[in-house]
Ligand binder design. Structure first.
Ligand SMILES: [Zn+2]
Length: 245
């Protein structure tokens, strides 16, 4: 295959553009924000679960508080009723003694219920603080998640812009290359990731191996417009004055 040395050198520009496209694709896949975002999403889920837990506990306690209020109301109502009967006319000694006995029991019961109420109110207050704390933790986790998502999106926009620029440069370069040479470059690239490399100081720029005497004299003998390859890795070797031939 033949191609003017200047045209061959354009393969090196194409190689740089392609390498940059590979680097951008790698950067896109390995952005640290991907892992950070996964961790932030997990933190948000954990914070939501924690909030649901304390809200459930608060709901249970609220229900207990309402039950106790109903119980206390019932005891008070019963006490008032007994006191009214006791204060009324025509209460016999036996009935008065029974009523007094019940009033004592009701008073003890009310004391127990009120102690229980106090304890549950204290618990409810503590859970209220737990809720406020869980809400703060969740808000912080969500803020962190949004911040990381924004950072990731900005990084992706950067990569997209770089990628679009390289693709335009590639199209422009490709338009200046003979189809046959480009096909050769693409074939080599498909095999090893590199299509063309500079021969510099007798070394292949792709596999970095130094060419032996025989290979070097073959390259020296080849006309400048002859397209030559690295014997080791097969890329198109571009010869320039730096090649050491
Ligand atoms: Zn090579």
């Amino acid at each position: 295959m033949k191609a003017e040395p200047a045209v061959q050198r354009r393969l090196l520009d194409l190689g740089e553009v392609d390498a940059e496209l590979v680097r951008l694709a790698h950067r896109r896949r390995t952005l640290p924000e991907h892992a950070a975002l996964t961790a932030a999403e997990a933190a948000v889920r954990t914070a939501k679960d924690a909030l649901v837990d304390v809200e459930t506990r608060a709901g249970d306690l609220d229900r207990d508080i309402r039950r106790l209020e109903r119980d206390v109301d019932a005891v008070r109502a019963r006490t008032e009723r007994d006191q009214k009967i006791l204060a009324g006319a025509g209460v016999g000694a036996k009935q008065a003694s029974d009523l007094q006995h019940e009033l004592d029991t009701l008073a003890r019961r009310q004391g127990v219920l009120e102690d229980e109420q106090l304890e549950i109110m204290e618990q409810r207050e503590a859970v209220g603080m737990d809720i406020a704390h869980a809400e703060r933790v969740l808000a912080e986790a969500e803020h962190e998640q949004r911040t990381i998502a924004e950072r990731r999106d900005a990084a992706l926009r950067d990569i997209d812009a770089g990628d679009a620029g390289r693709r335009r440069a590639r199209e422009e370069l490709v338009a200046t290359l003979p189809a046959e040479l480009l096909a050769e470059y693409d074939r080599r690239r498909a095999r090893g990731g590199t299509g063309a490399a500079l021969l510099r100081e007798r070394r292949c720029g792709a596999c970095r191996l130094e060419l032996d005497r025989t290979a070097l004299s073959a390259l020296r003998a080849a006309p400048p417009d002859e397209v030559v390859h690295c014997e080791e890795c097969g890329v198109v070797l571009v010869r320039t004055p730096e090649s050491g031939l």
